[in-house]
Design a protein around this ligand. Sequence first.
Ligand SMILES: [Zn+2]
Length: 187
Amino acid sequence: MKIYKHFLVKNRCYKKAAKFYKGKPVGIIVHSTGCVNKNVTRYVDDSTLGKVSPNHWNKPTISKCVNAMVGWADKKKDVVAVYTLPDSYRPWGCGSGKKGSYNSSYWQFEICESTTTDTKYFKKAYRVAVLLVANMCKKYNIPVSKVISHAEAHRLGYATDHGDADSYFKHFGKTMNDFRADVKKLL
Ligand SMILES: [Zn+2]
């Protein structure tokens, strides 16, 4: 898997440059975008990957940001991962729950969603996400038990009430337990 780097330097979150509570992530949150657009260039303005959407996130008017994006790169004819914030930066990804926010300690990424019947894309995107997370777990000694979805982070009290990425996975018969098991196989 090739991981690209294209930091969203004009995004408000990047500009704030707040670091994780411990200087490095202690967990990982898996998000999915919740809208049907598999193109990574919907969010990342890297024209070497594909046609950039005017709604991309590299602008000061955008108040959300994650550490990486997984999606289709039309010019590479493949699903890719792109780092969009440095590993040590707090993302603006999961909001807050009743106990606080995992934005202060969890590295976060989004999987771009395609249609709920696009199994071919899902399989590739899921695989890239597993590889990306396994890399991060190795790099920062993060236990697989600390790899959770946005929905799980909400249930723990540290994120807004969203259903992702479980809501996307379920259309293809996958759960977060499957995801963690697949990551574990690579560690
Ligand atoms: Zn989410």
